[in-house]
Every structure is written in C-alpha cells, then in structure tokens.
Write a protein of this length. Structure first.
Length: 185
C-alpha cells in the first residue's frame, strides 16, 4: 500500500512502487519512478524523470534532479543535493532566458547500498559505487569506487567499508567481509 501525506504533491504521471511512503511537503514530479518500499522525507524534491530503486531512504529536504538514478537500498541523508548542470547559467550569452534546449542534462548514478551523509553535494556526471559511504558535508566531484569511505571538499577516499559500515584495510577486504555479511562467503 502506498502512503502519501495529504500535504505532499505527487504528479499523476509519477510511478510510485507498492509500500512507498511520501511525507509532508515532498514533491514528486512527472515521470519520476520510485521503487517499492521507499521512504521520501518531508520537504524533499524529486524532479521529473528521476529513477529510484527499491528500499531507498531519502531524508528530509533533499533535492534530486533530472539525470539521477539511485539503485536499490541507497540512503540519502537530510539536505543532500544532486546537481545536473556543470555549466549553470540563467541566461544565454545574448541575455535570453535559458530553456530546456539550451543545456545538456548531466547523468549521475548511485549504486546499490551506497549511503550519503547529511548535506552532501554531488556534482553531476559521477558514479558512486556499491556500498560507498560519503561523510556528511562532502562534495563529490568525481567517481567513487565501490566500498570507499569518502569525506571532504572535494571528497577523497580515506578508507574502505563493508556493507554494514565496518572499516576495512582495503577494498578487497571490504568486498570479502560484505560477502560474509550477506551470507555468501
């Protein structure tokens, strides 16, 4: 059963998976696709054509713009922002207001199980790997390898984590521990 707060705005052309909950003052635009059992926190904005997998948690006041795909099990902390334009301008060189045909939407992919801490900013055009953990307040400007722990501005790899967030000495150790955590040793 889908639960949409009466003060949320969900476009009739949005696709919402069974068991998904959308809280107060969230806005979900046309053609956005949300999987099963997702949680969209209050005040979050999901723009048109955004694709979200199953079991995704989006905390309060996050901004997800066109060009973004979140795979299953992704966690988006409060106030996270995904950009979609590397050269943002309100107007063209001639002073005319930019329209949809005046720019190219960037593509961003966040892979399964990744977690982005509060107030993270993700610059368009990056891929964030499986089970990555991004520290709060980080600015992600380039691809992040699977199982990396990244922090800072720009975000840099400072370690490796398993699916449960256990710190590991290497990516290989994090992958092996994840297999054990998943019962696939």
């Amino acid at each position: 059963m889908i639960k949409i707060h009466p003060q949320a705005e969900v476009h009739p052309e949005a696709q919402i998976g069974d068991g998904t909950m959308i809280w107060r003052n969230a806005q979900v635009r046309e053609r956005a696709r949300l999987g099963k059992k997702c949680i969209v926190g209050q005040g979050s904005y999901i723009e048109y054509d955004v694709v979200i997998g199953d079991n995704v948690k989006i905390q309060n006041n996050s901004s997800l713009y066109n060009g973004l795909t979140l795979e299953d099990g992704v966690f988006i902390g409060p106030h996270v922002v995904f950009t979609n334009d590397k050269l943002p301008r309100a107007v063209n060189p001639d002073g005319s207001l930019k329209g949809a045909d005046d720019w190219t939407v960037g593509k961003t992919l966040v892979k399964r199980g990744a977690a982005l801490g509060a107030c993270t900013v993700v610059v368009t055009g990056v891929t964030i790997g499986e089970w990555v953990m991004v520290g709060s307040g980080s600015v992600v400007t380039r691809d992040v390898p699977a199982h990396a722990l990244v922090v800072g501005n720009p975000a840099r790899v400072i370690g490796w984590v398993s699916a449960t967030g256990v710190r590991c000495k290497s990516q290989e150790e994090a992958i092996a521990l994840t297999r054990t955590e998943q019962g696939r040793s």
